[in-house]
Design a protein around this ligand. Sequence first.
Ligand SMILES: [Zn+2]
Length: 247
Amino acid sequence: MTKNYKLHYHPNLNLEKETTIELKSVEEVRICPHCGIATSPTFIDGYLIGDNNSYIPPTAYIIFHCPSCSKLYIAKYYIPHNYYITNDMMPYDFTPIFPSCTYPGKHILPEFTENIKQLSPMFVETYRQACYAEENEDTIGLAGLGYRKAIEFLIKDYLIKVDPDNKDKIIKMQLGKCIDKLDEDIQDIAKAATWLGNDEVHYFKKHGDYGIDDMKDFIQCLVADIERYYVKLKAREFVNANDNATK
Ligand SMILES: [Zn+2]
């Protein structure tokens, strides 16, 4: 959700001058970095800085309060660099700005069940690596690529489990074709996660209104769906084995 907040601005970091107040349209941090719960945080205060002389790009730092765990954190926002500062003035603009990282950093590694760990160890490992990339300001740009790779492992390992005779074919198959082989009711969620993942890999972003958090929501849903089918499959194997044993 985007909200408008008043931020203090020190023109060119000249602390002897009075701060001015700038109104900025800010995309909220969705997940609290302390407790990992999705909330709408309370704005406490915020600052805009930027210094042409020291090559510090316009950046916003905002302090938020999490209503869930009652802790404070700071979110950092880069202002698009075409808005350089002139005459000590921050440009007047209401294009939303997006959080690039939080202090403290996010701890967002989800727990996967034994079924998923057993089904696709490479999915779990690649997802974990993508989370680490997302937590670190220096590697955050690589997180989307990692999540996209993780999706591919999950879908292919699941298909191989369901159809082991075609393992070699599935390994080499394009991901889109693999998704077509999934049960119909999980195809949409797999497509949505993959398309957003492709956006993270390519130069041109087709789905600009969606981001990594949406892709992760879709992956979590895909994991839950695949786990449900995987458990059904195990049950069927169990029943068949016992049917044969009792014949
Ligand atoms: Zn919290």
